[in-house]
Design a binder for this molecule. Sequence first.
Ligand code: S3P
Length: 448
Amino acid sequence: MQVLETPLSSTENLVFHVQPGGALKGTFRVPGDKSISHRSIMLGSLAEGVTHISGFLEGEDSLATLRAFRSLGVSIEGPEKGQVTIQGVGMHGLKKPQAPLDLGNSGTSMRLLAGLLAGQGLEITLVGDSSLSGRPMRRVTDPLRKMGAIVETTDDGTAPLAIRPVKALKAIDYELPVASAQIKSSLLLAGLYADGETCVTEPAPTRDHTERMLKGFGYPVQRSGNRISVTGGGKLTACNIDVPSDISSAAFFLVGASIAPGSDILLEHVGINPTRDGVINILRQMGADIEILNRRDVGGEPVADLHVRSAQLHGIDIPEEQVPLAIDEFPALFVAAACAEGQTRLTGAEELRVKESDRIQVMADGLAILGADVTPTADGIVIQGGTLQGGRVNSHGDHRIAMSFAMAALRAQGAVVIDDCSNVNTSFPGFTELAAVAGLTIRAVEDN
Ligand code: S3P
């Protein structure tokens, strides 16, 4: 298949220079939740009426979703200080875009849009950057084809994805081969356009923001154990969405404050959805001092303030059932493990190898450069806690790897220099500024 447009890419090397030592202190609010921000644009666009979003993540990934819906003919104002207003076009109001939709680095945009767009009767091509163009897409295109969709990948099963118009989609009953919220959500969104009841069974609980938000927009969703279903042909009614802070972004500070002696921070308004709270459970099991304060419900999502003080961590065998609940937080957790007393062992996490980078290998390589004792395995890693040295590591364009190594500097004995950090903007705009206010001595330098 021909790629009609060069995907967004940044050629410059943004380098983080982080001085060793220090502690984290203060009260902060990290940016809005990425998963919820994506979904708020998707459902707001398909709703009838006007949806107002506050706390929207102004990061490249969620902006890619926002731009995609503009290209699909939806009028969207903002974002302006996290405020977005969407004039919903209804379930059948999207228009054929003039060009391929460029989803940059965002796997969530591509996989969820593949499902959402499969039944629109429009011809649409989805493209991404080099990282996204290497990630597996058959996990969504195979079940979508079973629903009668025509969604083509490259011969390798990767993007670009070419969606062709079909008359109708049929409902399926599908058992997910991997615990993935992206596949589940893609199929549920396609199911809104299918004839009958689409059922998805997940092997373990994964983030349920799609289900919660569909209900918030007045669309019935049934759940029975691990089986979730929607019936096609309904409609979405516009509503207001307050996006909580992203626990995946808070995770860097949870780890940083835990490992840096003398730290004491309060992270405000963090989403603590039980399908996302693995990082808190795992860190607490390792001995972290994390208090959950002021629990409340914000638009159907549980939210709290998190008070973190430094603590001596110890290694653990990470319970496998926590893996999907902490899937994006492992780079940061590996840093915690490298600073803990004793051994930490992760198993059942082979999905980490197909994220924005191969997060097992890239973290193992970087931690080894910093002098840590790490052994990557096919589905996890074994980390022996100890002392970290300074060194120059490569994030391989993976935002969460870059931010995790920045936190590692808090316990390193020399400066940590991190290459290829520009993708931090995909999920955490303003990271270096906030980290500096919190107590990290960090500088971002463009190195062409
Ligand atoms: C996401 C689901 C997860 C996660 C990703 C966001 C979502 O991916 O890693 O960052 O918003 O649904 P998988 O479903 O592929 O595990």
